[in-house]
Design a protein around this ligand. Structure first.
Ligand code: MN
Ligand code: MN
Length: 306
């Protein structure tokens, strides 16, 4: 029976590439594994797989009765709805420990680094398995994506070392240029439905019993979003109402200016000032230096909601 490997809902490049990398590693070790995703790939992930000639994993959302490995998350809110009926064999992640539990011992690789693929690069080394060139390429891109080309507060020396080692295998020499090429693909919003933009990199969280959604769009220049900003603001209000959420926040991150404008739809806007010490105006606030949802936004809101 095949074992399935998948990352979180609304798959990002790390979720996709880490699932592929872990499935490859497990297959080499004699465990028959298939990488899948819980949804369609975003344009950046498509670009990465195309660039290195790696085929797109199938979409799969139900895992009852299956054996699974999780990558890039351990939160039930980001897992398949029937995960409780699956058998979790292992987790490879770099987020805070979530609320997934198991009845049996589990193979856990959860490190405080900038990307799941950084953990995977070490796993290959530890287990003595060579990383194929195409997989090294996509793992490298996942690191560049998750660490915003090494600029994010989540980036560690371990991520830089892993990226360098992977670049050597993949034959990539200019990581800055490769990263910018990816972020330009990621920045393209033209012709994309507004809801698709809102949900492109979106996660729901349970914060002290309140349902809070936080999305993020990373662009090389915030002005790219000028034409859609009002519609985005309107749509997060709709998303908040639809799901009975307390709040939906959308981070518009300028990776060159290294900060984010946050669009706010909330039953209580004061949580934003509580979390960041800055009062929003007209449902928006600029947060200088804030680029990481995981490290700079979620923990602050969790405290503000507590
Ligand atoms: Mn991710
Ligand atoms: Mn990640």
């Amino acid at each position: 029976m095949a074992v399935y490997v998948f990352g979180h809902k609304n798959p990002d490049s790390d979720t996709v590439c880490a699932a592929i990398a872990l499935a490859n590693l497990k297959n080499k070790l004699g465990v028959e594994c298939t990488a899948v995703t819980q949804g369609q790939l975003n344009p950046e992930s498509k670009f990465i797989l195309d660039k290195f000639g790696v085929s797109t994993p199938d979409v799969m959302t139900s895992f009852a009765g299956k054996q699974v490995f999780l990558v890039d998350h351990s939160d039930l809110s980001q897992s398949p709805d029937d995960l409780g009926e699956a058998e979790i064999l292992g987790i490879v992640d770099h987020h805070k420990l979530g609320d997934v539990t198991t009845p049996n011992p589990v193979e856990c690789w959860i490190w405080p680094v900038g990307c799941s693929c950084t953990v995977l690069q070490s796993m290959y080394g530890f287990l003595g398995v060579d990383i194929p060139k195409d997989i090294a390429g996509i793992m490298l891109c996942a690191i560049l994506s998750d660490t915003v080309i090494f600029k994010s507060a989540t980036c560690t020396d371990k991520d830089k070392e892993a990226a360098e080692a992977l670049a050597k295998i993949a034959g990539e020499t200019d990581l800055q240029a490769l990263g910018m090429e990816m972020f330009k693909v990621k920045s393209a919003v033209e012709g994309t439905p507004i809801r698709e933009l809102v949900e492109r990199d979106y996660k729901d969280f349970n914060m002290s019993g309140k349902k809070v959604g936080i999305g993020q769009l990373e662009v090389v220049d915030l002005s790219i979003l000028d034409g859609v900003k009002d519609d985005l603001a309107k749509d997060i209000k709709a998303l908040k109402e639809e799901g009975g959420r307390h709040s939906v926040f959308l981070l518009l991150t300028d990776i060159m200016k290294e900060g984010s404008e946050m669009l706010i739809a909330s039953d209580d806007e004061s949580v934003v000032e509580k979390a960041f010490g800055k009062a929003p105006e007209g449902g928006r606030v600029w947060l200088d230096g804030v680029m990481s949802r995981k490290k700079q936004v979620v923990p602050n809101f969790e405290k503000a909601f507590a």
